[in-house]
Design a protein around this ligand. Structure first.
Ligand SMILES: *Cc1c(COP(=O)(O)O)cnc(C)c1O
Length: 392
């Protein structure tokens, strides 16, 4: 039996009361076990230099003029005071754009805060291996299992089909495991595949928990799942973010769209002032000037198709994408004799040329690269470097 004694504020040491010798005793940390064992989320690299960044799915075009003007117009008085606690002006503007009421919307500090909130509100937390956890698909956004681990709630992962389609029994697998929350990213990350609305509706109807459809990339897709919310399904929650479509990843503003009862539950558990005055001002301008952002979506979509064709010409396998990135497989299968062409080597070779793409050290993704669609100039630099890397 060991007990922890504080030593002068910060440090601590352990006192042995059993057979363990003191000098062998590991210091006992203050955090819970699940935090001690946690492997934290690995964000994509954010270099300060002038590298070509095609690794974290940012929009290559700047935010709209209206957004920058709104930020410049924030007054000293607005900063002196606390912000509007529930971001009502934003929720009203967004409700108008989406054809719902403000009671269908909660504003969050980035979409990631909505994910965290959903777990703390809908799941049994601190349960370790017991039921009541999160259902996810594999592979998918690697933040989901990390957030579940922070809350010490179990994760049930459904393996996606070969071409990253959702298996028909997704909801029943989650139900069997007692999941209270399911998370599906659509368009899928990191493949870009768009699941049909009917598939999502069936899962929502069969699943006994809350279905969170993560629509972080929906602005680049031909359809969204807003219809499920408008139809009145009471367990569907959509995640939206200004980070990708609206070129505002640095702002940290996202929102949830769902049945008013779900939104009211989430609203009870958020921080009192979870979105700040500057981000609210910018977010209102962004959503009111959605058409300016939509101009960049059309450019990204056109460039996505051009880049896919060019990569296929270089011999890459390219999956169809409804997003602002492509998941690609390099042209030759690596053998001991053709070293340097596998996805990881290619990632490193590009990095040495100041071009960042994403390589995931994960099953089913080892052989692939995820490439964010950039401007024509950025993508041309990428294609040039890829051509050289492959020729050696
Ligand atoms: C970017 C992203 C989000 C939300 O990101 P925020 O910057 O926190 O709004 C959510 N899910 C996926 C899959 C994403 O890629």
């Amino acid at each position: 039996m060991r007990c922890r004694t504080r030593e002068g504020g910060r440090g601590f040491h352990t006192e042995d009361r059993g057979p363990l010798r003191r000098d062998h005793a590991a210091p006992m940390p203050y955090e819970r076990d699940n935090i001690m064992w946690l492997a934290p989320y690995t964000p994509g690299e954010q270099p300060t230099g002038r590298a070509i960044k095609l690794n974290t799915n940012e929009n290559p075009y700047p935010p709209s003029d209206a957004v920058m003007e709104a930020i410049r117009n924030v007054s000293a008085e607005q900063l002196r005071r606390y912000p509007v606690p529930d971001a009502r002006p934003f929720r009203e503007a967004a409700a108008k754009v989406h054809g719902v009421t403000r009671e269908h919307i909660i504003a969050t500090n980035g979409g990631d805060e909505l994910l965290r909130l959903a777990i703390s509100v809908f799941c049994d937390v601190g349960q370790g291996g017991a039921g009541g956890g999160v259902g996810v698909c594999e592979p998918s956004y690697s933040l989901y299992p990390v957030l579940a681990a922070i809350h010490d709630t179990p994760v049930t992962a459904v393996e996606l089909d070969g071409d990253f389609a959702l298996p028909a029994d997704t909801a029943s697998q989650w139900n069997d495991a007692g999941c209270r929350l399911g998370m599906i990213v659509n368009p899928h990350a990191p493949s870009g595949r768009l699941q049909p609305l009917d598939t999502l509706r069936t899962i929502a109807e069969e699943f006994r928990g809350v279905l969170l459809i993560d629509e972080a990339y929906v602005d680049f897709a031909p359809h969204d799942a807003l219809g499920l919310v408008r139809e009145g399904l009471d367990n569907v929650l959509l995640l939206r973010t200004l980070s990708k479509g609206y070129s505002l990843a640095g702002l940290r503003f996202g929102y949830g769209l769902g049945h008013p009862d779900l939104i009211a539950a989430l609203d009870k558990a958020r921080d009192s002032y979870n979105t700040d005055a500057l981000s609210q001002a910018a977010a209102v301008a962004a959503i009111q000037h959605r058409e300016a952002a939509a101009t960049t979506w059309r450019r990204v979509i056109a460039e996505r198709e051009r880049l896919a064709v060019a990569l296929r010409r270089l011999g890459f396998g390219v999956l169809p994408s409804a997003s602002n990135f492509l998941l690609v497989t390099p042209p030759t299968t690596p053998t001991p004799l053709t070293a340097g062409l596998d996805a990881e080597s290619l990632y490193r070779s590009l990095k040495s040329r100041d071009i960042l793409v994403r390589w995931f050290d994960q099953p089913r993704l080892w052989e692939r690269l995820r490439i964010t669609v950039g401007t024509v100039e950025q993508d041309e630099a990428l294609l040039g470097a890829l051509g050289e890397s492959i020729e050696g």
